[in-house]
Design a protein around this ligand. Structure first.
Ligand SMILES: Nc1nc2c(ncn2[C@@H]2O[C@H](COP(=O)(O)OP(=O)(O)OP(=O)(O)O)[C@@H](O)[C@H]2O)c(=O)[nH]1
Ligand SMILES: [Mg+2]
Length: 251
């Protein structure tokens, strides 16, 4: 018997990421970001768990999971390993990007470091190519202030086309605002319009050729435009990821 797309999604979460939703309505949130930006600190604040934190990069190497409630909703939060990009140059990058693409989280929060925002925006743009359900946290606002850096949150939000929340995760600042934005997004009260890179006509026309084939094979559950771009890149890791999805979950 063929699997329904809903059950396929659930078995993917279970088998590949060891994620079990307590109930079907549970909302999955991925926490992405460069190393050392405060992902685990935010994860611990929201879930009450004790994921290892510290001031050296690369502490979280696999994805930790925890749950929390807000108003009438239950959330499952996945703390992804810190990565500078999603080009799958390392195991961490592969875990993070496969989860964002194939794990189909309801929301992806990208935590950025206010003291070096420009570098962090690289990952934000890459995540926004995969999904439009993105919230950006500009964390370490206290450190930025100390260094005389001020961030125009409203302008950033307008340019990125997704909600941007300033936070000091270590001191619980901005967490209430973040929770409310998550809630409003889940309820469909916030529509995002993520900034997307424009490619040359040549690349766009190749995407037009590849994408229908991907849709035929994988359906519309995954971001086939992004997958097409990776194939154009000649990205071998994405071949393996697609292969695994096809083999294991008989899509
Ligand atoms: N000053 C300040 N420090 C923070 C803030 N948020 C987190 N930290 C500190 O920054 C360090 C790194 O935080 P983590 O939560 O471990 O960072 P991470 O993103 O999970 O790191 P990786 O798992 O290595 O990617 C810790 O020492 C935190 O206490 C903040 O808003 N302000
Ligand atoms: Mg961490």
């Amino acid at each position: 018997m063929g699997l329904t797309s809903k059950s396929t999604g659930l078995s993917l979460l279970k088998n590949k990421y060891d994620i079990v939703k307590e109930d079907r309505d549970m909302i999955v949130i991925a926490l992405a970001g460069n190393p050392n930006t405060g992902k685990s600190t935010l994860f611990n604040t929201l879930t009450g768990l004790n994921q290892h934190t510290g001031n050296w990069p690369g502490k979280t190497v696999s994805n930790a999971k925890g749950t929390f409630k807000y108003k009438d909703k239950k959330f499952l939060l996945v703390d992804l390993p810190g990565t500078y990009s999603l080009l799958a140059n390392s195991v961490e990058e592969e875990i993070a990007r496969d989860f964002i693409c194939f794990g189909n989280p309801d929301i992806t929060i990208v935590i950025t470091d206010a003291t070096c925002l420009e570098r962090n925006l690289n990952l934000v743009l890459q995540v926004m190519e995969i999904t439009d359900k993105v919230i950006v946290c500009v964390n370490l606002i206290d450190e930025a202030k100390r260094k005389g850096i001020s961030i125009d949150i409203e302008k950033l939000e307008n340019r990125l086309g997704v909600p941007v929340i300033p936070t000091v995760a270590r001191d619980n600042k901005g967490i209430d605002e973040l929770l409310e934005i998550i809630y409003q997004m889940i309820n469909g009260n916030i529509k995002t319009n993520p900034y997307r890179l424009k490619y040359s006509d040549e690349i766009e026309s190749i995407i037009k050729e590849i994408e229908p084939i991907l849709i035929e094979t994988l359906g519309t559950k995954y971001n086939t435009r992004w997958l097409a771009l990776r194939l154009i890149d000649g990205d071998k890791a994405i071949f393996n990821s697609i292969d695994n999805i096809l083999k294991k979950y008989s899509i």
